[in-house]
Design a binder for this molecule. Structure first.
Ligand code: PLP
Length: 387
């Protein structure tokens, strides 16, 4: 009999390097494989399951909504979509009062790029080296890696070194519609912005007539210790993109915009965007995040991890960078063998570039599990991963 591994390999079109593991069930911060072995999950579906896997409130909301109405395109009004939009405006940083709903992070970025062009009448964008904003051609144009084989991309995108206000200032002229930044670079190695960098970017955009576009797709919904990472810096963008943790694992993206953004009526759209099923999941998920203060929990557990890890940091580690439960451990050597060893020891984690181990646990992870994950990581990093 063929296994899921054989069948996916036979019929799938592989784009990710795969781990030799078949995941069949999840609950909170635990995942089970097809042999019944449990793992402490520090991937959260790549930063998605902030409220935990199969969160009961999200499950109930999806079940209820599936019986009521699954699809309803934006050509009609819909009660659940209306509530989801109101909910998003209620938790968003100051001034982001409107939402365009889509189905993924990269779609949220595509919309941001189009809305910025429409609003400013300009075509250029500036984004950061090592930045990641998605894989469709517009979002890829703003992404530093993964692009070479797909050139030519959209013209007019410029890259600047991250956390360097002078280089940013030199790059933003009157051709630039928007500056696109992650408050913490995720795929690029878990690199938080310096305290004044986003403020400098905000002031520069105001001065030059460009829009500040913050990509909170990985940092959003409590991950970094605030609902959105830009709130740590007291900076509100003109456009903010979110996805991943928005709907408890159900695919959804949103481009949140200020009143300053020109309407895109008749100029953009999405069949599935804002469908009631995803919107019901988003409402349940955001309510759960707020009611259980998951941002506060991420901040507290982030400190628990940092104190414990820094105390016994193995020699293989160059640096530990983190904000809340977005944790990056830069090694002096390749990360992948250690990720495999960590998996054999019962903890699932992610890479972020060749030498960084990234931990993005569900924000509901129990303190005991986080401590176990931390201790296991310290042990694994202290040993030869191939032994
Ligand atoms: N932007 C950031 C910061 C991300 O981390 C990601 C995904 O990892 C994306 C955009 C793209 O999101 P998606 O994979 O949902 O298209």
């Amino acid at each position: 009999m063929s296994t899921p591994r054989d069948t996916e390999s036979r019929y799938g079109f592989e784009v990710y390097p795969k781990r030799d593991l078949v995941i069949v069930r999840g609950e909170g911060a635990t995942l089970w494989d097809d042999r019944g072995r449990a793992y402490i999950d520090c991937t959260a579906g790549i930063g998605v399951a902030n409220v935990g896997h199969s969160n009961p409130e999200v499950v109930a909301a999806v079940e209820r909504q599936a019986r009521e109405l699954i699809t309803c395109p934006g050509i009609f009004y819909n009660d659940v979509r209306a509530r989801a939009m109101e909910k998003l405006a209620g938790v968003a940083p100051d001034g982001l009062t409107r939402a365009f709903l889509s189905n993924s992070g990269t779609e949220a970025m595509e919309a941001a790029i189009k809305f910025a062009r429409l609003t400013t009448g300009r075509n250029g964008f500036v984004s950061a080296m090592r930045g990641f904003h998605g894989r469709t051609l517009g979002a890829l144009s703003a992404t530093f890696r993964y692009r070479d084989e797909f050139e030519p991309l959209i013209q007019g995108h410029r890259f600047v070194p991250f956390n360097n206000p002078a280089k940013l200032e030199a790059a933003v002229d009157d051709s630039i519609a928007g500056v696109i930044l992650e408050p913490v670079q995720g795929e690029g190695g878990v690199r938080p912005t310096d305290p004044d960098y986003l403020k400098a970017a905000r002031a520069l955009c105001d001065d030059r007539g460009a829009l500040l576009i913050l990509d909170e797709i990985q940092t959003g919904f409590g991950r970094t210790g605030r609902m959105f990472a830009c709130q740590t810096h007291g900076v509100a963008p003109d456009i903010m993109t979110v996805a991943k943790g928005i709907a408890g694992g159900v695919p959804m993206g949103a481009t949140l915009v200020s009143e300053r953004i020109t309407s895109a009526a008749g100029k953009h759209g999405s069949t599935f965007g804002g469908n009631p099923l995803a919107c019901a999941a988003a409402i349940a998920s955001i309510d759960y995040i707020m009611e259980h203060d998951l941002p506060g929990r991420a901040a507290r557990l982030g400190s628990v991890f940092a104190d414990r890890f820094r105390h016994r940091m193995p020699d293989t580690v160059r640096e530990c960078r983190q904000l809340g439960l977005m944790i990056g451990i830069e090694l002096k050597t390749k990360a992948r063998p250690f990720l495999e060893a960590l998996m054999r020891a019962g903890v699932l984690a992610l890479p972020a570039g060749p030498t960084v181990i990234r931990l993005l646990p569900p924000l509901v992870i129990g303190e005991e599990d986080l401590v176990t994950a931390c201790d296991t990581l310290i042990d694994v990093l202290g040993q030869d991963p191939s032994a």
